[in-house]
Design a protein around this ligand. Structure first.
Ligand code: GLA
Length: 367
């Protein structure tokens, strides 16, 4: 026994249901076969020594956790802080990390980093945390240490992912159904814009704030909704003249996107992929024009294939302001699709596009 623990922690995709997790609605994510690999061992000191292939080394004292100047480090220190809040039996450790998940691509390398470390430390120090504790610890690390007020979707899918299954998750109750990830004769292809705008974090928190403000104003008018996703479609219409346009558009997007996600889960189960594809295009339009979290590169890629019969669905994926689009492409057309996307993108933005061809896989695993 070497006392070493190896962990494999995946990224995630989200089929539909964007910016819905923190509004108490439904999302449809899945873990994917791109991973961050961890190798952890106790070192019997008070220091945590991290070495990441490609990103470098750093150490911190487990009794003196502080914000680091580079963001990726804060995901890790944040996890240690949040674990200590629920179980103080964690001590110094050495940790090697190698990531195969491109960062900034919208496939949540951050949740993979957080959950991989949390699962590893749980095992190493016999902390007895269950899966949902791990999800919450990692989400809280992001809220309290990193400062992004994210929802629960990313950490949930990284921890609960299952090979070839989509997770149809109710973010209010955390109840979920697994749906077969069968898209034949189509394939899911991601196009990474290689743009990662630095306003992503501040604008993300700003959207969340706007949703909270809108909900308060709506409830002032004699309602008592706990989350925006509780607002029925027929009530939505009556709110139009009661909120300023900017806020109404956010609420409208959220209520409609939640409904689209419920409809999408049904259509995938019924193998009605054309309907699902249309919902993806509608989702993008809402994200771009109402929720305003897209960017010109993402809009360009979605528009490029809107009229192409071989691309039946396309939308931006994740928090937005860069990252990737997720596309439902006829499998026999994928090569051509990538060729067109790469050439046109280069012509328009003088920047190269990367494609991510991935499959739906298990969540975080000890190896
Ligand atoms: C980021 C957040 C998630 C979720 C998505 C948008 O990935 O971490 O909680 O809100 O954006 O759907």
């Amino acid at each position: 026994m070497t006392g070493k623990i190896k962990v494999k922690s995946p990224g995630r995709i989200n089929l539909i249901g964007e910016h819905i997790d923190y509004n108490g609605g439904h999302v449809l994510p899945a873990a994917i076969d791109l991973n961050i690999n961890f190798c952890l061992e106790r070192n019997l000191t008070k220091f945590c020594n991290i070495e990441s292939v490609g990103f470098g080394k750093f150490s911190f004292d487990i009794n003196e956790l502080k914000i680091e100047s580079t963001q990726w480090k804060n995901y890790l220190v944040g996890v240690v802080q949040e674990i200590k809040k629920v179980n103080n039996n964690v001590e110094g450790f050495d940790c090697k990390i190698e990531s195969k998940i491109p960062s900034g691509a919208g496939i949540s390398s951050s949740a993979a980093l957080e959950c991989g470390l949390a699962v590893g430390l749980n095992k190493l120090f016999k902390l007895n945390l269950d899966k949902i504790d791990i999800v919450r610890i990692c989400r809280n690390a992001e809220h309290n240490f990193v400062g992004t007020k994210c929802g629960i979707m990313d950490q949930f899918s990284v921890v609960f992912g299952k090979k070839n299954k989509l997770i149809f998750l109710n973010c209010k109750t955390l109840n979920y159904n697994l749906i077969n990830a069968v898209f034949d004769p189509y394939s899911i292809i991601l196009l990474n814009t290689n743009v990662s705008h630095n306003l992503a974090e501040s604008e993300y928190n700003n959207r969340r704030q706007q949703c909270e403000t809108a909900l308060k104003l709506i409830n002032l008018k004699s309602y008592n909704f706990k989350d925006i996703c509780d607002i029925p479609l027929k009530t939505l219409k009556t709110l139009k003249n009661k909120l300023e346009m900017e806020l109404f558009e956010k609420v409208e997007y959220v209520v409609l996107e939640n409904q689209r996600t419920i409809d999408a889960a049904k259509s995938i189960e019924n193998r009605d992929l054309e309907t699902f594809g249309k919902l993806m295009y509608e989702s993008h339009l809402g994200l771009s024009e109402k929720y305003k979290v897209s960017c010109k590169e993402l809009d360009f890629l979605v528009k490029l294939f809107e009229k192409d019969q071989n691309v039946i669905g396309s939308r931006m994926m994740g928090g937005g302001f860069g990252g990737s689009t997720i596309n439902l492409v006829k499998t026999s057309y994928v090569k051509k699709f990538l060729e067109i996307a790469t050439n046109e993108y280069l012509k328009s933005f003088k920047r190269s596009l990367s494609s991510i061809v991935t499959s739906v896989s298990n969540g975080v695993e000890i190896q």
